[in-house]
Write a protein that binds this ligand. Structure first.
Ligand code: GTP
Length: 249
């Protein structure tokens, strides 16, 4: 897999337990893992090749840890991202507050990053509508609003998904890829296109959960996680069975 081209760097952000890993699992492996919850440590990477019309697009997805103790690390992972899927749990209002925190950061620091707000666990609402704690229209109003007087429009797109049933999961990632193709076409026209990046085979290696590579403890001195042929990164990931591999079609 050495030299795998990544067109779009996508970062998953959101409070812990909102279901970021489950979303990636559903999308990449079309499965929903049951069993005890395992929090993400550091981040995990997976690439997925998909089609947009007659074009092939490779998404490089970084699944970050939601725990606030990894907040500084998540900042490193979102650098240079072309898309951010900011997740919140539809049954947990505090998770939406956390989502807003990430949106504000992205809007002020990552100008070129498209934001996708993703309300997770919609299946729980199918079971009992009273469990909803985040109103769809409130999120829509927020997505259409401005971050603050000083910042530009949030311009986020909104999805409600279930990793358990698969509802709207493919649609979400498909939209990310489609938007990339549209934006890239526009950039080619206007002469600001930046070419795809390649990932090293070292990206595929992971260390066991809890066994953080040195650079994870020393993020200030580390370069941003740009995916170049020369600089792979080791990953710490969830313990088995949350073990990502690269490039599933
Ligand atoms: N019912 C239901 N449960 C879900 C869904 N998505 C995730 N969960 C459950 O929510 C819990 C947390 O899911 P994760 O995917 O591990 O959450 P995370 O955001 O990656 O968590 P961190 O790694 O701590 O940041 C797990 O018990 C999942 O089974 C969903 O769509 N529906």
């Amino acid at each position: 897999m050495s030299g795998q081209r990544v067109d779009v760097k996508v970062v998953m952000l959101g409070k812990e337990y909102v279901g970021k890993t489950s979303l990636v699992e559903r999308y990449v492996h079309d499965r929903f893992l049951v069993g005890p919850y395992q929090n993400t440590i550091g981040a995990a990477f997976v690439a997925k090749v998909m089609c947009v019309g007659d074009r092939t697009v490779t998404l490089g997805i970084w699944d970050t840890a939601g725990s606030e103790r990894y907040e500084a690390m998540s900042r490193i992972y979102y650098r240079g991202a072309k898309a951010a899927i900011v997740c919140y749990d539809l049954t947990d209002s505090s998770s939406f507050e956390r989502a807003k925190f990430w949106v504000k950061e992205l809007r002020s620091l990552e100008e070129g990053c498209q934001i996708y707000l993703c309300g997770t666990k919609s299946d729980l609402l199918e079971e009992d509508r009273r469990r909803r704690r985040v109103d769809f229209h409130d999120v829509q109003d927020y997505a259409d609003s401005k971050c603050s007087k000083a910042f530009e429009d949030i311009k986020a797109q909104l999805f409600e998904t279930s990793s358990k049933t698969g509802q709207s999961v493919d649609e979400l990632f498909q939209k990310v890829a489609e938007d990339y193709v549209s934006v890239a076409a526009f950039q080619v026209m206007t002469g600001v296109y930046s070419p795809p990046i390649k990932i090293s085979s070292r990206l595929m290696h992971s260390s066991p959960a809890g066994d953080l590579p040195d650079h994870h403890h020393n993020s200030a001195e580390q370069p941003p996680l740009s995916l170049t042929e020369d600089k792979g990164v080791d990953l710490s990931q969830k313990a088995n069975p949350y073990f990502y591999s690269c490039c599933h079609h």
